[in-house]
Every structure is written in C-alpha cells, then in structure tokens.
Design a protein around this ligand. Structure first.
Ligand SMILES: Cc1cc2nc3c(=O)[nH]c(=O)nc-3n(C[C@H](O)[C@H](O)[C@H](O)COP(=O)(O)O)c2cc1C
Length: 427
C-alpha cells in the first residue's frame, strides 16, 4: 500500500526539481516554488481525523463548521512570507505538534442526568466579567493578514465581551484598539526593549489608555529558527521593503516595530532603536516593571513548575505558554505543563494557558485542570486572514457555541463546577 506521506514527499521533491530547472520560464519556476512552499506549510493536525486539505476552501465565514475551516481559507489569501510567519513553529515544530497531540492525553469524565439547559460560561478575570473563559492571545502585526488588523480583531472581540491581548509590535496601537473594543481595554503585552526608557514609555502609554493588565512576555530569549517562515519568505517574490522598513544589511529582514500607527509612536526619536532582545530578562527585570506600573502583571511564557511557584510567591499571574511552539523545540506541550503547574500554584494566583487550544472541549478540559482562562492565537488570525473582522467574529461565535456545548456535555452549568477530578490521564 502506498504511504500517503511518502507520496506527498515525492511530489514535493519532483516539484522542487522542476522549480530549479533552467529550461522553465522564470515565472513558472516562481509559481512552482510557491506551490512547494504551500505544501510545506504544516503537517496534518495530529488531533483531527480529517487531514489538512489546502484545497477545501470555505467562501464565507458562515460556511465554517470549526476553527480549522478558516485555516485553508486564510492560507489561500495571505502571502507566503506572512503565512510562513504565522504558521511556523520553532525548528522541527515538535512543540507545536505536541501542543495538539497532548490534548488527547487528557480525557474528561462526563456526568449524566443533570439539568444543563442553561449554561453560564462567564469568567471574572483582569478586573472584569467576560462572557467566556477564553481569550485572544497577543500576536504581532495583524495587518499582515488583513487590513482590519488588530482594530478589526478588537471590534469583534469587544462585541462579544471577550478579552484580547495586544502585542508590542502591532499595526494598530493601543489607543486605536481600545477605541475599537468600545468598553474594555486590551491586555497590553510587553516585549522588553533593550532601552528601559522605551519600555517605560510603552507601559506608561498603556496605563494612560486605561489598560489594567500587563502581559510580560519572557520566553523569547534567543534567535529563533523559524523554518516555515524562512521558506515562505524565499517563495515570496515581493520585496519586503515595499511595505516594511527593513534592516539596512538585509532587504528580506523586516523591522517589526512600526513607528507609524503602532505602539511606538510616542517614543522620542532620539531614544529609538530596533532591539527588543531580552538579553537580561530576569526576575529583577520583572520587579523593575512591577515597581513602575500599577497594572496587574502576568508573566507570559511559563512552562516550568518552579517558575510558576515563584510567580505565585511574588504575586504575578501565571501565563502558561510555549508561544504556540514558536520559541523552542522541547516537545513539552502546554497542557502537560498545566497539569504540573496548576496543582503547585494551588489557586494562589490566576493561571492563563495557551498554545494548541482549538475546540470548546480543549478549553473546558484546561479549565477543569486548573486554568482560569484559556487563550488561542493562530485560529483568530486564520479568521482574520480569511475574512477580516467578520472572520474573527465567526471564530469567536464558533468557540462560544463549542464551549457551551462541551460544558453541557460534561454536565456543568458554570465554569466554577469544572474540577481537576473530572480529568483522567488517557495515556
Ligand atoms: C503569528 C504569531 C505572532 C505572535 N506574536 C506574539 C507577540 O508579539 N507577543 C507575544 O507575547 N506572543 C506572541 N505570539 C504567541 C501568542 O500570544 C500565543 O502564545 C500563541 O499564539 C498560542 O498558541 P496557538 O497559536 O497555538 O494558539 C504570537 C503567536 C503567533 C502565532
């Protein structure tokens, strides 16, 4: 019997061979290279039965049945470099894959014969009562995927009373996105800037704009190897400098921190630099941020139980995340980290978890395991890339319906009833 993986590999190899052939016209070679890059965007999701099919494309948001339906639609519309950036994991993408695989390793006990007609899935966190126990994670420069950008995401999330993280490097800055959300401010994510004065200016602005929560991301401490991204850039015939500021020594290396329209507009020009390398990201740095702002701080990127316990001791919210498998290839999934961390934190501080959560039942399981809220990143970017704000809106609608259905199915009517003893390690 033919192994479909081998067949796909052979097809890819043959197309690659053709793309390199000097007898073909340059435009044909480019088209073939782009096809190869598309075929490499990601392996099938290990935790769905249906293989990833880049040719099954929904035409409008209402056609979507689950969050995965937006993926191929966005893939079609978003340029290969930007798609590569969004979809990439680090190195061999083992962590990215483990995030999905391990969700299946925790099964849930479903209780029957309970009245679950009316379900309240609301959750209080970050000083507000949200309609749902899930949130949209901060992701950089959403304008890459659709002109609606973070403002479109904000309008959709605000409409549904859903929490939203706003990244440091964005197309729409905190002032615009808070306006778009029309009521509740974003959770402001900070990438440490090499120059503390710039970090201070970003924090002060977020605070002035009414933000109550700072997400201090601590997990990007090295130069990453994003292979899908690098391949996507190669397959993209456009020049980055047509839309981005680029680094002087590399025309294919865009600078992510926009000075126009983003979060950096108030940084005095004489302070401007392009480094946000967190080379000295330590507990002392977290304390420095603590001493500077009144906002609640969540430390985003915790994967180890001892780090989580330290957060709890120091009064920081724990944000369990491996950045969607984008920073290191350790094969430790977020849900596995949560399984260790939640019992050790003992409810002293809230826990948010992200990385790999795609379905209502995934969210419900993580809540039962001790997460206060569950975040996701790529799925709403798929919605955005496919249909702009309307796509994000539909992603939220689907997730809301799935969370409620999952709660009914396991026999609870409020998130408080989800308890660790409802979870069984399935493997
Ligand atoms: C395209 C992309 C850009 C991201 N940018 C940021 C960022 O700027 N700051 C940050 O803290 N996390 C960033 N993240 C990580 C997300 O906040 C979140 O941890 C991750 O997306 C969760 O995994 P999931 O995409 O599998 O749901 C990014 C993730 C993606 C996919």
């Amino acid at each position: 019997m033919t192994n479909p993986l081998n067949a796909a590999r052979n097809r890819r190899w043959f197309l690659k061979y053709l793309a390199a052939s000097p007898v073909l016209a340059a435009s044909t070679r480019e088209a073939l290279a782009a096809t190869v890059a598309e075929m490499q965007t990601r392996p099938d999701d290990p935790y769905i039965w249906r293989p990833f099919d880049p040719n099954y494309i929904i035409e409008k948001p209402d056609d979507a049945l689950d969050l995965f339906d937006f993926e191929a639609a966005a893939h079609k519309k978003v340029s290969s470099a930007h798609w590569g950036f969004m979809s990439t994991g680090a190195d061999g993408e083992g962590t990215y894959r483990a995030n999905r695989q391990d969700i299946a390793k925790f099964a849930i006990r479903s209780r029957r014969l309970r009245d679950v007609k009316t379900v309240d899935a609301s959750r209080e966190l970050f000083g507000h009562k949200w309609s749902m126990p899930f949130l949209l994670c901060p992701t950089g420069r959403n304008g890459m995927y659709h002109a609606d950008g973070e403002a479109g995401v904000g309008r959709a999330a605000g409409r549904h009373n859903i929490a939203q993280g706003l990244a440091t490097n964005v197309t729409f800055g905190v002032t615009d996105v808070n306006k778009a959300r029309n009521g509740t401010p974003v959770l402001f994510q900070l990438y440490q800037q090499e120059n503390w004065e710039i970090s201070k200016s970003l924090i002060a602005r977020a605070e002035r704009e009414g933000c109550k929560t700072l997400l201090l991301t601590i997990d990007g401490v090295s130069a990453r190897k994003d292979l899908q991204f690098a391949r996507g850039v190669r397959a993209d015939s456009r020049l980055c400098m047509e839309c981005h500021e680029v680094r002087p020594n590399n025309p294919k290396s865009p600078i992510l921190s926009a000075r126009k329209g983003g979060n950096f507009t108030e940084v005095p020009p004489d302070l401007w630099d392009q480094k946000f390398t967190p080379d000295k990201m330590t507990w002392e740095y977290v304390k420095r941020v603590r001493d500077f702002t009144k906002m609640d701080i969540f430390v985003k990127g915790i994967t180890d139980v001892e780090d989580a316990v330290m957060c709890a001791k120091l009064g920081y919210g724990v944000w369990v995340s491996n950045h969607g498998g984008r920073n290191e290839d350790t094969n430790r999934s977020s849900i596995a980290c949560l399984a260790d961390i939640a019992p050790a934190v003992k409810g002293k501080v809230p826990i948010v978890v992200d990385s790999g959560f795609r379905r209502g039942m995934d969210v419900v399981k993580a809540l039962a395991m001790g997460a206060t809220m569950v975040g996701f990143g790529r799925p709403y970017l798929w919605g955005l890339g496919a249909f702009g704000e309307a796509g994000v809106d539909k992603v939220i609608q689907i997730m809301k319906a799935e969370v409620i259905a999952a709660m009914q199915q396991v026999g609870v009517t409020s998130v408080k009833e989800l308890r660790p003893d409802m979870i069984i390690r399935a493997l």
